[in-house]
Design a protein around this ligand. Structure first.
Ligand code: CP
Length: 305
């Protein structure tokens, strides 16, 4: 049995398989509409979510399966002090597969140690968000045509942004990846990512603090929101929250084929005027999230399609 806690739990070959399957599911949804008949997905969300939870649920329903779960810690027995280990032991007897979001880094990993069903990390604290990474990879593959030799700019909260950490971990496995890390000094990517991933694999990257200086160089701009919920200090959040705002004026500096991705939710970091720019693909990206989750569920349940 396989769990997906980090994007690195999937080999490049497994990733390629899931992305190809997701593309086929996007093109031929009817072909897959009954392949999870009789199977149940549990969504255990200890932290708020719109896209991840609902796209997981839509994915299972699209496959003919059923869903059960909770959408906040307050509405589960976690509020009475139940541990993640005990919860997953019980849920293992109610469902066939589980997606878990938790504010504590490592909680889905703990769950996987006590689970008898596949556990998918749906976001753990500031750590990882592998199914967002699958969504991002599918978006890039479909809209750019390839995943190698891309210059990606990550902009915003690179310290707490788990989607950034996961996507960097995944993209370093593709040849020719080159990163531009755009953030205030206080929100730079964690040192472990620089030392253990970028430096160790000799991936070219630079850190800058002015978006306009680098926009013209990028194939992809990955915008992120400043993660209010991870700050210890409200004053720091208020000072940093509007560090970067992408506007139509700034988009004039970018290449005609540069794509703007964002895991969403957006707060202020992309002006709504940018939404009508054909290079702004973040709503399409959210839509693709359903198909990668369908492909992941079918793969982890080992259903022959
Ligand atoms: N991208 C993402 O994880 O969105 P939600 O927090 O709405 O699930």
């Amino acid at each position: 049995m396989k769990h997906v806690i980090s994007p690195l739990d999937l080999s490049v070959e497994e990733l390629d398989h899931i992305l190809s399957l997701a593309e086929d599911m996007l093109q031929n949804p009817k072909k897959y509409s009954e392949c999870c008949h009789g199977k149940k997905l549990a969504t255990l969300f200890y932290e708020p979510s719109t896209r991840t939870r609902l796209s997981f649920e839509a994915a299972m329903l699209n496959l003919g399966g059923s869903v059960l779960g909770f959408s906040s810690a307050d509405s589960s027995s976690a509020a009475k002090g139940e541990s993640v280990a005990d919860t997953i032991r019980v849920v293992s007897s109610y469902a066939d597969i589980c997606a878990m979001r938790h504010p504590k880094e490592g909680a889905p990993l703990v769950a996987s140690m006590y689970s008898t069903i596949p556990v998918i990390n749906a976001g753990d604290g500031g750590h990882n968000h592998p199914t967002q990474t699958l969504t991002d990879l599918l978006t890039i593959k479909i809209l750019k045509g390839h995943l190698d030799h891309l210059k990606i700019g990550f902009c915003g909260d690179l310290k707490f942004g788990r989607t950034v950490h996961s996507l960097i971990n995944a993209m370093v496995r593709y040849e020719g990846s080159n990163f531009t890390l755009i953030s205030p000094v206080e929100l730079q990517i964690p040192t472990y990512l620089k030392e253990e991933v970028l430096d160790q694999k000799q991936i070219p990257y630079k850190e800058v603090s002015v978006l306009e200086d680098v926009l013209s160089e990028l194939d992809i701009l990955y915008m992120t929101r400043v993660q209010k919920e991870r700050f210890f200090n409200e004053e720091d959040y208020i000072r940093l929250k509007d560090s970067f705002i992408l506007t139509s004026k700034k988009m004039e500096l970018a290449r005609p084929d540069m794509l703007v991705l964002h895991p969403l939710p957006r707060v202020n970091e992309i002006a709504t005027e940018v939404d009508s720019d054909p290079r702004a693909v973040y709503f399409k990206q959210a839509q693709f999230g359903v198909y990668v989750r369908m492909a992941l569920i079918v793969t982890l349940l080992q259903i022959n399609v």
